[in-house]
Design a binder for this molecule. Structure first.
Ligand code: ADP
Ligand code: MG
Length: 285
């Protein structure tokens, strides 16, 4: 089973929930930190990480001796990642989405592909949890291929928990598509509600079952709960604002270690998710 943990808004508590859920369940659980622009789950699990493995994506290079400057490569590229400029063809590798279209349409086979480095993958073990994360190179915009590379490490047949990046754009979709359940971490504030609605829209477009964790549940107002009721979204856990949670986090300590009374609550959260997945059927298989 694959559970992705997402939220429209950043800083809602995704990593707190993902790391504590993984460690509360322990043995054999896999945690994939797919927040590749700012991975931080390792700070709480503290695994000894394997040597970094480089992840690349294929981008075009043009053999100028073969190229006839016909311009068909530029015409097919919707991202303007390859253009004919005067007597030369210029590929813009940072804009390329690796679709291979330019290579396919080139009538004289002047285009080949090389790997462009996006970031690295590291993995390790800690607290019975198998851990994998991706680290996108600084300034790099193309995170979905790296997220897919991290997800390719999913161990079939086991329980995998994915810590997703914030937002509702391509990186989040890459992290949550084809998972069995999306756990949306939200907070009862107007900003939380606004971004929750966007996240629910994305989850529904993907046809995935989802449920909510309301974090800092004792702050703000009741509009998130009212929205959950109207939309039939189950609230699976509520976590109050607790200074001790923030303090533990700042020390790189897990909530289930600093406040052990939370461990059974995270186990119950998993049981509630498992019951829904059993009812709706697994999507990732
Ligand atoms: P995200 O992964 O969504 O960005 P994090 O789990 O990293 O969010 O949490 C963001 C910040 O909020 C951290 O500083 C964390 O300590 C704090 N935080 C999360 N939940 C609580 C809580 N229930 N009470 C107090 N602080 C919290
Ligand atoms: Mg996070």
């Amino acid at each position: 089973m694959i559970i992705s943990i997402a939220s429209g808004k950043g800083g809602t508590g995704k990593t707190t929930v993902a790391t504590n859920l993984a460690v509360a369940l322990g043995n054999g659980v896999q945690l994939l930190d797919c927040d590749v622009e700012e991975p931080n789950a390792h700070l709480f699990l503290r695994p000894t990480l394997s040597p970094a493995e480089i992840v690349t994506m294929p981008v075009p290079v043009v053999d100028e001796d073969k190229c006839t400057l016909c311009g068909q490569c530029g015409e097919i590229c919707v991202f303007k990642a390859i253009v004919v400029l005067g007597e030369t063809v210029l590929p813009f590798h940072e804009l390329c989405h690796s679709c291979g279209g330019c290579m396919a349409v080139c009538p004289v086979d002047a285009i080949t592909e090389v790997g462009r480095e996006l970031g690295v993958i590291e993995s390790g073990h800690s607290n019975g949890v198998e851990f994998v994360h991706g680290r996108l190179h600084i300034g790099e915009a193309m995170s979905p291929p790296l997220i897919k590379a991290v997800r390719a490490r999913t161990r079939p047949g086991g329980l995998t928990i994915i810590d997703a990046p914030p937002g509702t754009s391509c990186p989040v979709i890459a992290a949550m598509k084809a998972t069995d359940f999306v756990l949306l971490v939200t907070e009862p504030t107007p900003f939380g509600l606004h971004d929750l609605k966007l996240a629910v829209g994305a989850v529904r477009a993907l046809g995935l079952p989802c449920g909510l964790v309301i974090n800092r549940a004792d702050m703000g107002d009741d509009r998130v709960r009212a929205y959950a009721r109207e939309e039939g979204l189950p609230i699976l856990m509520e976590i109050p604002f607790d200074r001790r949670i923030a303090e533990a986090y700042s020390r790189g300590e897990l909530v289930v270690t600093a406040l052990p009374e939370w461990k059974p609550k995270f186990v119950q959260l998993f049981e509630a998710i498992a019951a829904i997945v059993k009812h709706t059927g697994a999507k990732s298989e």
